[in-house]
Design a protein around this ligand. Structure first.
Ligand code: FES
Ligand SMILES: [Fe+2]
Length: 354
């Protein structure tokens, strides 16, 4: 399985990385083992999680100021990756070092750039509403799913599955299965913006509204590589408009921001949130949304892991197209494929010119 190198990958929520004595994240991102920790000033360091001596995990090491000491034979590495001390050796050879990666913290997520550092443009990081945004009350969460990131992309690029996989939680009846949203191609993903009208609320919140309450809902989604999925989700009481903005009353203005990072070819780390605007918030609502999403993603986990098991058993399986449900996934997977091919072409050109 291929991964883009010149890309930002989410390495976690900022709250997962404290300044504690043992606060180190051992991540696997697109097949690379990476240690993430904070310097004394709070700045995040991402470093190859492998000692150049005998491959010990540096994440089993010890923080010493801004540096990390390998706790196998004591080599010490500064935050720039250079080895600065070898016990019982007077002069440290310069070539003893580990690779470090550019890091940016944005919207309460930690982002690591795997490829050429000169191309690490923070403008390529997706725009999200994080828990720190004061206009929304947001609850963050996490799940590991043992399925590859392409299955995840296909899952999120088409919400028709919601009507079935999430029947008991976040589905809006069959509305999403019957919708035919347009998916616009972006340089690194797709944009999907559509309405469902005069439909029932998801079951997990129906008890909060009068029986039979019907709504109009807008899904405004931007999905970008590797599988960053930003949803602006608004719900109105059902109005009479059949096109454009609903003329009902706004009952929920929310963002669900999701960063799915491939660990390797069989699993992903999934960092997600749901946040409600101050305008439509009520005590306990943000927690309810998080609980609903936690349940829903457990449903996705079962479905996706079942697919991954069968994919391993039948690697040559050819899927059968069924039409609308495949449109978004086909576009998103094509964009990913084209990005990877372009990067491979550039790398082979550079190698030829060298
Ligand atoms: S493996 Fe790290 S010091 Fe030996
Ligand atoms: Fe889902």
């Amino acid at each position: 399985m291929k991964f883009l190198q010149n890309a930002w990958y989410c390495a976690g929520w900022d709250y997962q990385l404290s300044q504690g004595r043992d606060a180190m994240l051992a991540r696997k991102i697109a097949g690379k083992r990476i240690l993430v920790y904070r310097k004394l000033g709070g700045q995040v360091v991402a470093m190859e999680d492998q000692c150049p001596h005998r491959q010990a995990a540096l994440s089993l090491g010890r923080r010493e100021g801004d540096a990390i000491r390998c706790m196998y034979h004591g080599l010490k590495f500064e935050a720039d990756g250079q080895c600065s001390e070898i016990p019982n050796v007077e002069k440290v050879p310069e070539q003893i070092c580990v690779r470090t990666y550019p890091v940016v913290e944005k919207d309460n997520w930690i982002w690591v750039w795997l490829g050429d550092p000169s191309k690490a443009d923070p403008a390529l990081i997706c725009d999200a509403v994080g828990p720190g945004n004061t206009e929304y009350t947001t609850r963050p969460s996490y799940i590991q799913i043992d399925a590859n990131y392409l299955l995840e992309n296909a899952n999120l690029a088409d919400l028709s599955h919601s009507s079935f996989t999430h029947d008991n939680t976040i589905a809006m009846g069959w509305a999403q299965a019957l919708a035919k949203p347009e998916h616009k191609i972006l340089p690194r993903g797709i944009k999907t913006d559509y309405w469902v009208r005069n439909v029932a609320l998801p079951k997990f919140v129906q008890h909060l509204f009068p029986p039979g309450f019907m709504c109009d809902a807008n899904f405004d989604i931007t999905q970008t590589y590797p599988c960053n999925w930003i949803l602006h989700f608004r719900v109105f009481s059902a109005g009479t408009a059949t096109e454009g903005e609903s003329n009902g009353q706004l009952v929920l203005d929310s963002y669900s921001c999701q960063a799915v990072t491939p660990r390797d070819e069989g699993s992903v780390d999934y960092y997600y949130s749901w946040g409600v605007s101050k305008q439509t918030e009520q005590p306990g609502l943000a927690d309810t949304l998080k609980e609903g999403l936690d349940q829903a993603f457990t449903e996705d986990k079962a479905m996706l892991e079942g697919q991954q098991v069968r994919l391993r058993e039948n690697p040559d399986f050819k899927q059968m197209g069924i039409g609308p449900a495949d449109a978004g996934p086909a576009k998103m997977l094509r964009v990913i494929n084209e990005l990877i091919e372009a990067e491979e072409r550039e790398a082979s050109q550079q190698a030829a010119n060298a």
